[in-house]
Design a binder for this molecule. Structure first.
Ligand code: DP6
Length: 364
């Protein structure tokens, strides 16, 4: 598929209004996307677990605009958790600009967007992946109402393509259980333009993997992901890092097939620390981990050497820690979290999640 395959041309004209609701999950990368080219093209391939509980639910109501009303390029209003949220509007306006070429109907309708997250507001959990994918799916449902011929495969692919234009990692939130984004040698169908579900059969130990998110710092991040990606331009280690991500993706796909949990732990933790090492070696440099992030990491390492557990951690672009572990360790790891790690969480908060199957159509 090329970009032109996602340009819509012919629509039926008589669709006046409608409403659709999608629930779309967040995802956590195992091999990280950090660094991009023009038009949201990733500098390296990445792979993620799709989450289950951490999700955004978005209802999109659309009604045809009168030609005379069309002084503004786009017309929409936005409710976030039931209240107007003017500070989110520029991001959505920019998203509409980026997707207009592919879904020209965006300027023909007025949209009312009503969105809410399953995770606590300002938990420090990035909502851009679940938020942008939920909105992209709603827009694809509008496209489907205007062109009934589109297939399910095309629907998902284009939803991922549109979500990517909103936020890169959002393209990995449409399907589950694992999604690859970015061209690479090992997953032939993978593309820089959209995420694809990992079709290789994965070993049973990685089925139903758990992700408990320790909320270390719920404050606003000092540096946004978008700024961080930008700092990879001219970064002294960028080229090596992009190659390393490709090699790690290849290794991880083998690990996922052969069930090598020790290999999984080493690769996933190394990816998390490399992501933060890139931030620390950017110019300007910055640190998103907090003292409690490091204390948790050290506790995990002690716990692992004392018990032989397969618990490991990963990080996104923030201070929170994702604890990844197999389902059969659920009880013991939760006891460890309660006894040893909750003390490092802001207000003792953490979220129990697990691998999920992707977005869900709630109402159409
Ligand atoms: C560290 O997808 O948030 O979570 O494309 O600028 O919206 P934009 O960036 P974003 O970056 C996510 C970076 C990451 C790693 C990952 O999810 O792969």
């Amino acid at each position: 598929m090329t970009e032109n395959d996602f340009v819509s041309s012919r629509y039926i004209e008589n669709q006046i209004e409608g409403t659709v609701t999608w629930k779309s999950p967040s995802n956590i990368a195992l091999v990280k996307y950090w660094g991009k080219k023009e038009n949201q093209i990733p500098a390296n391939p990445s792979i993620s677990f799709t989450l289950y509980h951490c999700a955004t639910t978005t209802t999109l109501a659309y009604v045809k605009r009168n030609k005379e009303q069309q002084q503004e390029r786009f017309s929409f209003d936005l409710l976030f958790e039931g209240s107007p949220k003017p500070e989110f509007k520029p991001k959505i306006g920019k998203f509409f600009e980026r997707v207009e070429k592919y879904i020209p109907f965006v300027k023909d309708y007025h949209f009312s967007i009503d969105t809410s997250n399953s995770f606590p507001h300002s938990s420090g959990i990035a909502s851009s992946a679940s938020g942008m994918s939920a909105l992209a799916l709603c827009l694809m449902s509008v496209e489907k109402a205007l062109n009934e011929k589109i297939t399910n495969d095309y629907f998902n692919q284009k939803a991922s393509f549109l979500a990517r234009l909103g936020s890169g990692s959002a393209c990995r939130s449409i399907e589950g259980e694992m999604v690859v984004w970015g061209q690479n040698e090992d997953v032939k169908e993978a593309s820089d333009l959209y995420g694809v579900k990992l079709s290789q059969e994965i070993h049973s130990v990685f089925k139903n993997y758990q992700d408990t998110i320790l909320l270390v710092d719920k404050g606003q991040k000092q540096v946004s992901s978008t700024v961080g990606h930008d700092l990879m331009h001219g970064h002294p280690f960028a080229e090596m890092r992009f190659k390393q991500a490709e090699t790690n993706l290849s290794k991880l796909i083998k690990i996922l097939q052969n069930g090598d949990q020790k290999g999984f732990i080493e690769l996933v933790e190394s990816e998390a620390l490399t992501l933060h090492a890139m931030m620390m070696t950017s110019l300007p440099y910055f640190i998103l981990m907090k003292p409690h992030t490091l204390q948790i990491i050290n506790k995990i390492w002690e716990y692992r050497s004392a018990t032989g557990s397969n618990l490991c951690f990963t990080l996104d672009a923030g201070a929170n820690v994702h604890l990844l572990y197999p389902e059969n360790e659920k009880d013991t790891v939760l006891t460890f979290i309660k006894n040893e790690l909750v003390a490092y969480c802001e207000n003792g908060q953490y979220i129990c999640d697990q691998i999920g199957l992707g977005a869900e159509l709630i109402k159409n």
